[in-house]
Design a protein around this ligand. Structure first.
Ligand code: GDP
Ligand code: MN
Length: 380
């Protein structure tokens, strides 16, 4: 689960990481009240779970009440990369001398934690990685040994942080590592981590991803979950009891079994397509489940074609074929459907479908053929 910046900063604060004083605001008046409380100048910041808010006009400095009104009014309702701003974070503005970058995440292949630190912060780290990879000091951390202050001190020197920032930055990084490990995060990122003109180091931004596998030991995460903005498709799927994850492509996927569903995504990708979703309809691919699945995928405006990939095991293909026909009798599906049905009673299943095949109800004998057909339709 990704946190909003203000929640990330609250999380940081629990581990003693310095952040600017501020508060959330859902209206212009609330923004003004926070500004009056923390003192001018302030920064008015869009709270959306997407990066690059600054560039998109979602981060503005305000010197007085009038400017807070103007900026809060413009930023509320702003669309940043498809995320509409409903909440602001208003904090005391910092006088920035230098901007750095710091993060911890998991290096899965090497089974260690990975720290990244750079004296070039405030810009996208992907850009730094591309243009000047040596500007990022990578630190592999053995999860059993952890990160001690002595290592953090060497690290900040290696990254070329300014002398006067080093001692504070090293201490902050140890705390950030604590937050990342004890706080059960998949990612903690500060961009920018700043050195102020007055010589103090603190976090100006916060990107935190919580590891949901650890949610059983964090009842306090409930407050974060309450503000989670769910994909409307995923909400509908949940209501229907379907195992669905929304993606960005245009090939709708229905498969039985999580493994087959994932392979289907891979094959669609391999032949040049993009999946609109992951959907595992499980073992009982009967008419009810199939109708619910088809209806859900069909309601996704991005979907141009639906790829049904079912391998009959305990579920027999003739039952699936009957289920598909029954479902099509009940719900109106606007996108063409490409089916790949194989496994137990595949011949009987295909025979059931044969009289109903058309330009919009197509079968292919293999998964690869079906993927190619579906992608060709989507890309037409
Ligand atoms: P992002 O664009 O979504 O990463 O949002 P950030 O919170 O990182 O803010 C973007 C940029 O706004 C930062 O890199 C800073 O340059 C600037 N900014 C944010 N807060 C302040 C502040 O308190 N004072 C000043 N002078 N600039 C700020
Ligand atoms: Mn940032």
């Amino acid at each position: 689960m990704d946190l909003f910046e203000y929640q990330g900063k609250q999380y940081f604060a629990r581990y003693g990481i310095a952040v600017s004083p501020g508060g959330v605001a859902d209206t212009v008046d609330e923004a003004l009240a926070v500004a009056e409380r923390v003192g001018y100048p302030v920064v008015v910041k869009a709270q959306v779970k997407v990066g690059g808010r600054g560039k998109a006009g979602g981060v503005k400095l305000a010197a007085d009440a009038d400017e807070v009104r103007t900026h809060a009014g413009t930023i509320l309702g702003l669309d940043i990369k498809g995320h509409v701003v409903r909440r602001l974070w208003v904090e005391r503005a910092s006088d920035i001398a230098r901007e750095y970058y710091a993060s911890f995440t998991l290096d899965r292949p090497n089974k260690v934690h990975l720290g990244m630190l750079s004296a070039q912060g405030g810009v996208e780290i992907e850009t730094v990685a591309q243009e000047d990879p040596d500007a990022i000091a990578m630190l592999s951390i053995d999860p059993v040994r952890g990160l001690d202050l002595a290592t953090a001190r060497r690290w900040v020197a290696e990254a070329g942080l300014d002398e006067e920032a080093r001692a504070q930055a090293a201490e902050l990084l140890v705390k950030l590592y604590e937050c990342y490990t004890k706080g059960d995060c998949d990612l903690t990122e500060i961009n920018p981590l700043i050195l102020t003109a007055a010589g103090t180091v603190h976090a100006l931004d916060a990107k935190v991803t919580l590891d949901e596998n650890a949610s059983y030991r964090h009842p306090e995460w409930e407050e974060f979950r309450a503000t989670e903005t769910e994909d409307p498709r995923e909400r509908r799927a949940k209501e229907k009891g379907l195992n669905y994850i929304g993606l960005d492509g245009d090939v709708g996927i229905i498969a039985n079994g999580a493994g087959l569903a994932m392979s289907t995504l891979d094959v669609v990708n391999q032949v040049g397509g993009t999946a609109a979703n992951f959907l595992d309809i499980g073992g009982g691919a009967n008419a009810d489940v199939m109708a619910a699945a088809l209806e859900l995928i069909n309601s996704d405006p991005k979907v141009k074609v639906i790829f049904v990939n079912v391998f009959g095991g305990i579920t027999r293909v003739d039952e699936v074929a009957t289920g598909v026909l029954e479902a099509l009798g009940r719900v109106t599906i606007t996108s063409p459907i490409v089916l790949r049905l194989d496994g137990t009673n595949a011949v009987e299943g295909r025979a059931i479908l044969a009289p109903h095949l058309s330009d919009t109800l197509i079968t292919e004998p293999t998964m690869l053929d079906a993927a190619r057909r579906a992608v060709a339709i989507a890309n037409a």
